[in-house]
Structures are given as C-alpha cells and as structure tokens.
Design a protein around this ligand. Sequence first.
Ligand SMILES: [Zn+2]
Length: 246
Amino acid sequence: MLIKTAGIVLKNSKFNENDSLLVIFTRKLGKVSAVAKGARNPKSVLLSGVQPFCYSDFVLYKGKSLYTVSQCDVKQSFYKLREDLDRLTYAAYLLELVSAETREGQTNNRLFNLLGKTLLIMSNPEAELNTVLRAFEIKFLHYSGYTPQLNDCVNCGSTQQTGWKFSPKEGGLLCSNCHSIDYKAIKMSDYTLKLAKYLLVKDISEIQKLKISNFLNLELSKVLKEYIFVHINKQSFKSLDIIEKI
Ligand SMILES: [Zn+2]
C-alpha cells in the first residue's frame, strides 16, 4: 500500500551501508520510522529530501514493521538554518520536542503546521529568535493537550490581578493564598504572564519581529522549561546541552 503525505524529517541515522533510517513527522500518519534505501549514496535521488528539517511530499510504502520511502519531493529544505549555529541548534530542539510528543497513527495538524511555519520563520535572520522560541513552546504545549492555566488560580479559581506564581506540577497559576501548595512554584511577573497569554493566542508569524527583554525571556523560558520537563516524557534535550556548551 502506498501512502502520499507531507512530512518533516525529525531525524536521519545510518541504517545499512547505504540506507538511512528516518523519523518523519507526517501530516497523515503522525510520527513514523521509514527506511530510505540507498539514500546515503551521493547520487541518490532521495538524498536532498532526507536531511533533518526537510519538508517534503513523501510517498511511503508500508512494510511489516517499517515504512519505506518510495519517493520524496522536497518542498522546503530550510537550508538557511544551517548558516547560523544558534538557530540550527534551537531548530534541532524544536524537532526533539515534537519527536517526544508525537506517536505513530496520531495526527496533529495544528502542530504540523506550527512546526513548518516556525522553521521557516527561524530561517529568516531578522526574526526575533527568543520570541519565536517561547511562542513555539507555549503553542506546542497547547496543541499537545497541556495548555497551562493562565487565567485564574489552578487551586482555588481566584482571578486576583497580581502576585502570581506558576506551578508546573499543578499546571498553571497559583494565587498568593495558594503559593504554599507547591514549594517549587516559580514567581511569574505580571508582564511575563501577559506575554505568555499573548504568545499563546497570536499567530506565530505575527510575533516574529516582536522584541522582548532579557528579563521577560528568561522568566518565561524558565516557567515553560520546567512545565515541559514535568509534562512531556523527556528529561533532557541534546540540542539544549549543546547550546549551553557554545
Ligand atoms: Zn488560589
């Protein structure tokens, strides 16, 4: 059976002497593993479309345990990402996030569109990298079913205007009366909260040029990172380890 689907390559590893084993996030099948036969051969017609980040139209053939790439037509290679190590590494982080939260047979159109759009935005050197990354993280959580509660206290429902903390474990804001139920709750300034809500609802292409201060970026990044560690089944990201070493 042949299946035609758009897909973004999340990972490419060596399989046999000449073959590549791909992990592809596809629109129609969710995340799948697929062998690209002969793709390591420099003359292979598949070579350009099987690199990580590549967005292609794939024709896949379903075998007993794996898919085989029968054709691949590159739509967007995001090659400009490779010109900047920071951007490339953060883009790799997005792929790791998506890979951790997607399954075979489980489609997620909104996440698929978000990933494609974000990789394209990150290829533009003028896009504000921090803003785009924070927006991706919060939307990724939303589309994966882990929307953080940012409108009222997760414990008592209070809608107080200020003095919030954020509890990754409880899944959202804690009002000043409820801070004590999670001693690991993180202080969240009113500005950071406002930014988080804004990034959650705005289309990512509309915020790509929005500059945010280091303070806001660090505070929001800390909250989202902890939230991701608690809710996504992944404790470390190779790409982020690399960034810390750069
Ligand atoms: Zn409360």
